[in-house]
Design a protein around this ligand. Structure first.
Ligand code: SAH
Length: 239
């Protein structure tokens, strides 16, 4: 291969959970083929004492434990990552398809997975970690969030998906949710496939899909719909 593989470096207290779902199907095949690489770092290996302590109680009081800045910094400094460095965090910029696309264009990424109540704020500043969230939910740890980011990004790398065409039609590609999909059998439990999809008229199929995608987006995601309309109107296309 001429180009260096896309390089993921993940720091975690539970490195054994990787690759997990990232080892399956096309993403896993791409990993086996060397289209991307996954290095995991066990944060606990960088603890300074014989009890291998990685956390401590928060200054100022309050429940739970906080991951120590010094331990985490040693773990980060032990690797030579490429691309941006992120801390998976509910306070972060929400992950979306645009960010996944941007990351696929980078040489790779470093992801820090928190546990407990999170990490000492100072290590975020000192190591330039950008906070990324996978949604307005609180997980028990950053590992599942890191997997979501990696899966969304790796499937966009050249050569990972069998049919790159499928990327241009899917949800968010044009700012819309995807239209409904159907396959055989043609009638199932008395439910029929929309007639237009069976007629072989590609222009009519495209128009039906466009209209279905717009309806779904308008009904389910007014936020996406407003942005889509804004962009469409700016482009001067008729209503
Ligand atoms: N006390 C923190 C939550 C800690 S949850 C707060 O209120 O903000 C423990 C770890 O899970 C975090 O350090 C983070 O790495 C991860 N995590 C939890 N929710 C997440 C989310 N929505 N997106 C990304 N990572 C998340």
């Amino acid at each position: 291969m001429s180009e260096a593989p896309w390089q993921a470096t993940v720091l975690s207290l539970f490195p054994e959970v990787f690759p997990g779902p990232l080892g399956a199907s096309l993403i896993g095949k791409a990993l086996a083929k060397g289209l991307w690489t996954l290095e995991t770092v066990d944060i606990r290996a960088f603890a300074g004492d014989k009890h291998r302590t990685v956390d401590d109680s928060p200054f100022g009081g309050g429940p739970g434990m906080v991951m120590r800045a010094d331990v985490l910094a040693r773990a980060i400094d032990s690797v030579a990552p490429v691309g941006p460095r992120f801390y998976m965090s509910p306070r972060g910029r929400p992950l979306d398809q645009g960010l996944a696309r941007d990351l696929a264009a980078e040489p790779g990424v470093l992801l820090v997975c928190g546990r407990f109540e999170g990490v000492d704020e100072r290590v975020l500043e000192a190591r330039g970690l950008i906070e990324i969230s996978i949604g307005d939910i609180v997980l028990a740890g950053g590992e599942v969030a890191a997997m979501a980011l990696l899966e969304a990004t790796v499937r966009l790398l050249p050569g990972v998906l069998g049919e790159p065409d499928s990327l241009s039609e899917e949800s968010f590609a044009a700012g819309l949710l995807e239209y409904p999909q159907y396959t055989r059998p043609r009638v199932w439990e008395g439910r029929e496939v929309p007639e237009v999809l069976l007629e072989g008229d590609h222009a009519r199929v495209a128009a039906w899909r466009q209209s279905a995608a717009e309806t779904l987006t308008r009904e389910r995601r007014p936020d996406l719909w407003r942005r889509y309309r804004g962009r469409r109107d700016e482009a001067g296309r008729p209503e």
